[in-house]
Unconditional design. Structure first.
Length: 490
């Protein structure tokens, strides 16, 4: 849905790594002090609960989570502790952890509307609409006049493309709570789904004008602006949201992507380079490198990656090696990977070995590459990186039947990956099975949706090569319709 709609927990705090390490050390020391003076498990849990309260009062959700995790470890049957843990997990953006905590709180006490509402909202976010409806209806049984479940049920309707119902529920909530952020977002998305994007964007802009510090509304405005091609509007919303959440790495990367798309390369680079060079990218380095590969001048990006790779952590070296390989520098990529990985295959080195094999294959050393890939897949027959590398090697060397075998496993593991669907279609074509190739393209378009240009482009080329150019106009019309549906689907 873009923005989480759980009430009262919309701000995601991202503590810096050094502060987090200090908190971990402090928590460990604190645990020893607390446990020294306590006898029963309940007493120990209560001590940690007090630490949680103090941490929340000091706006320190990381310490609060550590304390409450200890509390539930000593007293697993206290629903208050689980509810509080769910709230702090949510504040830190760990939706899976929040759901599990709230689920345990509900198991212990079925009469908590706030817990049920949180479960309902998190179920919507996760796409579990039946669970969301069930929890929302339980809230209504406890609080018949509570408008919160109406919003949740509206988002369920939105996911089911029942835009009229979603709009009706949004209006029901807004009639009594005109400043309700979630209901406003619901209404805007319903209007967009009904083919009224201008009205939807106007609604969100007006709401943000009156609530300039609402990050959820800003996130929704930026998302919707981008969907309908208003990059300037997306930039404005994201920049305002970043002013509220300057430490949010995901938001910074998304904002940089918008800047790159607008041609504001210097500003985007100034946002992303410090994240990469400091190592404080929170797992988003591969996204940053992808942006550099697409938008930065090739020579400059390669030079910067060489410099950064020299001082990077072992894990980041692998990501830099992957960039160099994609940037046409397989020998340099191999030089980064080869010194730190070797057979036999283990769980820790399987992915780096597959990457090493890719660098070898790109340099024409197919036998070496195949030996490594076979070893990785003998150890882990579902290794995605190795399967893709071996499929590509087979496709390049004309081994259609072998490519089909690997590509089938890829699509089974990653059914929503357009790249892997294209690999399978190409493999069928190479293996002399054109009907299966066409079926793969068309099934991918149906399953993935969103007017994926890779699938439509692949099918367009397939039809052209087969001398079926008379079908291209219908395919183009389908592409346009898919794009329209994708913009309306939330």
């Amino acid at each position: 849905m873009g923005s989480i709609l759980v009430r009262g927990e919309t701000v995601r705090r991202t503590p810096d790594r050094r502060a987090k390490n200090r908190r971990l050390v402090a928590a460990s020391a604190l645990a020893l002090v607390l446990l020294a003076g306590c006898r029963s498990r309940e007493e120990r849990a209560a001590k940690f609960a007090a630490v949680y309260e103090a941490a929340m009062a000091n706006n320190d959700p990381v310490m609060a989570r550590l304390a409450m995790q200890q509390a539930v470890g000593f007293d697993d049957a206290n629903p208050d502790y689980w509810q509080q843990l769910g709230g702090v997990e949510l504040a830190l953006g760990d939706y899976s952890g929040a759901f599990n905590a709230y689920l345990r709180a509900n198991e212990l006490d079925h009469s908590r509307p706030q817990v049920l509402q949180a479960l309902a909202d998190l179920a919507v976010v996760g796409g579990h609409t039946e669970d969301a409806q069930r929890y929302a209806k339980q809230v209504l049984l406890l609080r018949p006049d509570d408008p919160g479940p109406q919003t949740t049920l509206g988002f369920v309707a939105l996911r089911n493309r029942d835009y009229d119902s979603a709009l009706k529920r949004a209006d029901t909530v807004l009639a009594s709570r005109i400043d309700d952020s979630n209901a406003t977002i619901l209404k805007a998305r319903a209007l967009a789904g009904l083919g009224k994007p201008d009205a939807a964007l106007t609604l969100l802009r007006d709401f943000v004008a009156g609530h300039p510090s609402d990050p959820t509304a800003l996130d929704a405005l930026g998302d919707m602006s981008g969907r309908f091609g208003n990059l300037a509007g997306q930039k404005d919303a994201q920049s305002r949201e970043l002013a509220i959440r300057p430490k949010d790495v995901t938001l910074r990367v998304n904002y940089a992507r918008t800047l790159y798309r607008l041609g504001e390369r210097a500003e985007a680079h100034d946002l992303t380079y410090p994240l990469a060079s400091s190592g404080e990218h929170e797992g988003r380095l591969i996204d940053i490198l992808g942006l550099w590969l697409q938008y930065e001048p090739h020579a400059r990006a390669v030079a910067e990656v060489r410099q950064l790779a020299a001082q990077a952590s072992p894990a980041d070296k692998m990501r830099y090696a992957y960039f160099l390989m994609l940037a046409g520098q397989p020998a340099e990529a191999e030089a980064l990977v080869a010194p730190v990985v070797a057979l036999p295959v283990t769980a820790a080195n399987a992915a780096p070995l597959a990457l090493l094999a890719q660098t070898q294959a790109m340099q024409g050393r197919d036998a070496e590459a195949l030996k490594l890939l076979d070893a990785v897949l003998a150890f882990d027959d579902g290794n995605i990186l190795a399967l893709r590398a071996r499929t590509d090697l087979h496709l390049r060397t004309g081994r259609g039947r072998q490519a089909v075998f690997d590509a089938q496993r890829l699509v089974a593991s990653k059914p929503r990956s357009a790249d892997d669907r294209v690999r399978l279609a190409r493999a069928y074509t190479l293996a002399g099975q054109p009907q299966l190739a066409e079926n793969t393209y068309r099934a991918g378009i149906e399953a993935i949706g969103g007017a994926d240009p890779l699938l439509f482009g692949g099918l367009r080329k397939f039809l052209g090569d087969a001398g079926r150019s008379d079908e291209l106009a219908d395919l183009q019309q389908q592409f346009v319709e898919q794009k329209r549906l994708a913009r309306a689907q939330w």
